[in-house]
Write a protein of this length. Structure first.
Lengths: 260, 288
């Protein structure tokens, strides 16, 4: 059985007045079905570029994106993609925002709403279904945006720093909420974050990324048992992984400074 | 040691509070200015009083000969002309003519203009090519074209509608295009990541996003459309309040000039109020 997502020698270079800028070194990445995978790295390591390529919104200068072994390079609508901003449409209610993906795919409105309503209620948006986004808190808006991505009904979802703008307290709540969703929906998740703690707590596997050009430094498996209690971040195993991640990322940042 | 240490401190400390108090005393005491709202009946009563005062002064001045009643007319004569205009004259034909020219011009100009503005979303190349023409047409005084429009479209309603359209169209185009330019590219990205077609992005994102911009020019456009219709009637027309004003002026029927101007103002107020109401309804539907 082929891997869920396989990036085969994906590279990206932009022409600039001062020569070509390499955003991504040709990289290979394999993501197995049903796994929760995080990409961790500093700003400018090409995480967003990579996501845009996988979502088909950007044509890579080289390489192919394989989904279920099929060439999906440059095709849109194959994976669910949640951008950093929630991008809820202010003229639609929460319910009608959440069904946007289904609506675009041609699911009749009534049916789409019927499918979405119980999920909104089960996943913490009960009572908000018919409100407009402006009356929701940041956490609630992120929930709605995530449910919109999930209800688009693709096997793979890409989450680009979904909790980056939330306060620490809300962030922790949202992480646990995301874990519930992930174990209920059995999706393959690719998650981008700056937050190493967040990545370790959520993932099966972390790809640490470096800059100039963007590349994968190392793939770190997270062999921690699930479900994971919050206190897991105090265990020696967790701390050891965290230290290793920091070493990797600081070493890369250091070599960049020496080079510059 | 300790005595020596405390003395200078005490000396220093003494004058300080004294200076403080004098400074506080010399500073003027200022309170937050608070304006008291008068009750509504006082406001309305004053407004009414001013109106009555102006009319009374006008009438008195005309009767005593302080102003020349031939040029300025007088309220009693205007009132007399007004009743004749409505009972024996063709008030309703004129009102209806001006009203229809304005509304048609307003509707056509706003609709076509908005769609023209939206159409720029479809192709950046097309937008780049067409834009200089739009800006050229925008800066041109469109009323200068009115005589030409009358020649082409004739003396009837069509030419007045055409002038009103010319005035409103560009405003709507440019404002709606400003909406298109304000569109967040990430919003489009979201739609495409969900597998949307361009037509779906246009219908479900671009149109609702730009609607507030389109709505915001409705009130401006109704005023412009009325101006266009009146100017058209000034130049050549068989009906309309504009024609009535011109005709009365040329025959020195100053009272009739005033009557037509007042009726025109009333029509403008009614249409403005109707468009404001329409705007509030649309806004409720668009932005929550």
């Amino acid at each position: 059985m082929p891997a869920k997502v396989h990036l085969d020698h994906i590279g990206m270079a932009f022409p600039t007045p001062s020569g070509t800028f390499r955003a991504l070194a040709p990289l290979n990445l394999t993501i197995e079905t049903g796994r929760f995978v995080s990409l961790v790295g500093p700003s400018g390591c090409g995480k967003s570029t990579l996501f845009n390529i996988v979502a088909g919104l950007l044509q890579p200068t080289e390489g192919r994106v394989l989904i279920d072994g099929e060439d999906a390079t440059g095709t849109i609508g194959r994976v669910g993609y949640m951008l950093q901003k929630d991008l809820l449409l202010p003229w639609r209610t929460v319910l009608d925002n959440v069904i946007l993906g289904m609506e675009i795919q041609g699911v009749p409105l009534g049916e789409a709403r019927e499918r979405a309503l119980p999920l909104l209620r089960r996943y913490g948006l009960a009572g908000f279904e018919h409100l407009y986004p402006h009356s929701l808190s940041g956490g609630m808006r992120q929930r709605a945006a995530l449910l919109r991505t999930l209800l688009f009904d693709t096997d793979v979802i890409l989450l680009d720093e979904p909790f980056g703008a939330l306060d620490a307290q809300t962030k922790l709540q949202m992480q646990e909420w995301l874990m519930t969703l992930w174990s209920d929906f059995k999706k393959t998740v690719v998650f981008v974050t700056h937050d190493v703690d967040e990545a370790i707590y959520l993932s099966d596997e972390i790809h640490a990324m470096g800059t100039r050009p963007g590349r994968v430094l190392e793939t770190i498996p997270i062999p921690l048992e699930r479900p994971r209690p919050r206190s897991i971040s105090m265990t020696p195993a967790f701390i050891a992984i965290k230290e290793h991640c920091f070493e990797l990322l600081t070493a890369d940042a250091g070599s960049q400074q020496n080079a510059a | 040691m300790t005595v020596q240490d405390t003395r200078p401190i005490a000396d220093l400390a003494k004058p300080a509070p004294a200076r403080h108090t004098t400074a506080a005393r010399s500073k003027p005491v200022r309170r937050l200015p608070v304006q008291k709202d008068w009750p509504t009946w006082v406001i309305v009563g004053t407004q009414f009083g001013i109106l009555v005062g102006i009319i009374a002064l006008w009438e008195i001045a005309a009767r005593t000969g302080a102003i020349d009643a031939f040029f300025w007319s007088q309220p009693s004569a205007i009132w007399h002309t007004l009743t004749i205009f409505f009972t024996e004259g063709d008030a309703w034909t004129d009102i209806s003519f001006t009203f229809r020219s304005t509304i048609f011009g307003f509707a056509i100009g706003t609709t076509v203009g908005s769609f023209l503005g939206l159409s720029f979303w479809w192709s950046r190349n097309y937008a780049a090519i067409v834009q200089p023409y739009i800006i050229c047409f925008e800066s041109m005084p469109k009323l200068a074209l009115a005589p030409l429009i009358i020649l082409v479209f004739g003396l009837g309603l069509t030419s007045k509608v055409a002038i009103a359209t010319a005035l409103t169209l560009v405003v709507s185009t440019l404002t709606t295009y400003a909406g298109v330019k304000a569109l967040d590219p990430d919003g489009e990205k979201l739609f495409y990541s969900l597998g949307a077609s361009r037509w779906q992005v246009f219908r479900k994102l671009v149109i609702p996003f730009c609607l507030p911009w389109t709505i915001s020019v409705l009130r401006v456009n109704i005023g412009l459309a009325l101006t266009g219709a009146i100017v058209g009637e000034f130049i050549a027309s068989q009906h309309g309040l504009g024609r009535q004003i011109l005709y009365a002026g040329q025959t020195y029927d100053i009272a009739l000039v005033w009557v037509a101007v007042f009726v025109l103002s009333a029509l403008a107020i009614v249409m403005y109020a109707a468009v404001s109401w329409l705007e509030s309804i649309l806004r409720k539907g668009v932005k929550q």
